[in-house]
Write a protein that binds this ligand. Structure first.
Ligand SMILES: Nc1ncnc2c1ncn2[C@@H]1O[C@H](COP(=O)(O)OP(=O)(O)OP(=O)(O)O)[C@@H](O)[C@H]1O
Ligand SMILES: [Mg+2]
Length: 165
């Protein structure tokens, strides 16, 4: 889904980022990543750890802009592939991944968290908890609503954690 040139740009950026950011650094200059990457896709959004490009074929690519972003991408890839089918329906599908990037289905994020959906969050958290996963950062910018059945779909689950009990 990514061209040779895209992959090269990403690889180049990731090695630059790994060299230059210290483990303690939490926030990063997004423009530094954008300039280094020079990808020919529209930017859909970004967070503290990743920048998200629209591949314009129904998918997005999330590129790490910090070390934490590398971990978030790994977490999403692993979680999506390892969790039960019961939980998987709440997670935005991950299609492919490589060093520092993942490809995910594109879903329109939630504009704001309405009371109706706010009320559904504790139950969603409990469902994950039951299977040993702590569902963190469930905020509107990390959530979407699937059009077919109005179910909450998490688009940023990079901070989810497997718990010890
Ligand atoms: N699957 C997707 N489809 C459409 N837009 C997306 C998708 N994933 C992310 N986005 C957009 O990109 C933004 C940043 O993505 P994401 O939340 O995964 O990055 P992050 O750096 O992990 O965020 P945070 O700052 O919460 O840690 C989202 O808020 C959303 O607007
Ligand atoms: Mg986010």
């Amino acid at each position: 889904m990514l061209s040779e040139r895209d992959l090269e740009s990403i690889q180049h950026w990731i090695s630059q980022m790994k060299r230059s950011t210290s483990k303690m650094e939490k926030h990063h200059d997004v423009s530094k990543a954008i300039n280094a990457l020079r990808l020919n896709y529209k930017i859909l959004g970004y967070g503290n750890t990743r920048i998200v490009y629209d591949l314009e074929n129904g998918y997005v690519v999330k590129v790490a802009i910090s070390r934490q972003g590398l971990t978030s991408n790994q977490t999403e890839f692993n979680l999506y592939n390892r969790c039960s089918t019961r939980l998987r329906k709440y997670l935005c599908p991950v299609i492919d991944h490589g060093d520092g990037w993942i490809i995910m289905k594109k879903i329109q994020r939630m504009v704001s968290l309405t009371e109706e959906y706010e009320k559904k969050l504790p139950r969603l958290r409990r469902r994950f908890r039951k299977e040993g996963i702590e569902a963190r950062s469930l905020r509107s910018k990390n959530l979407a609503i699937s059009d077919d059945n109005n179910r909450i779909v998490v688009i940023d689950y990079g901070s989810f954690k497997y718990c010890d009990n």
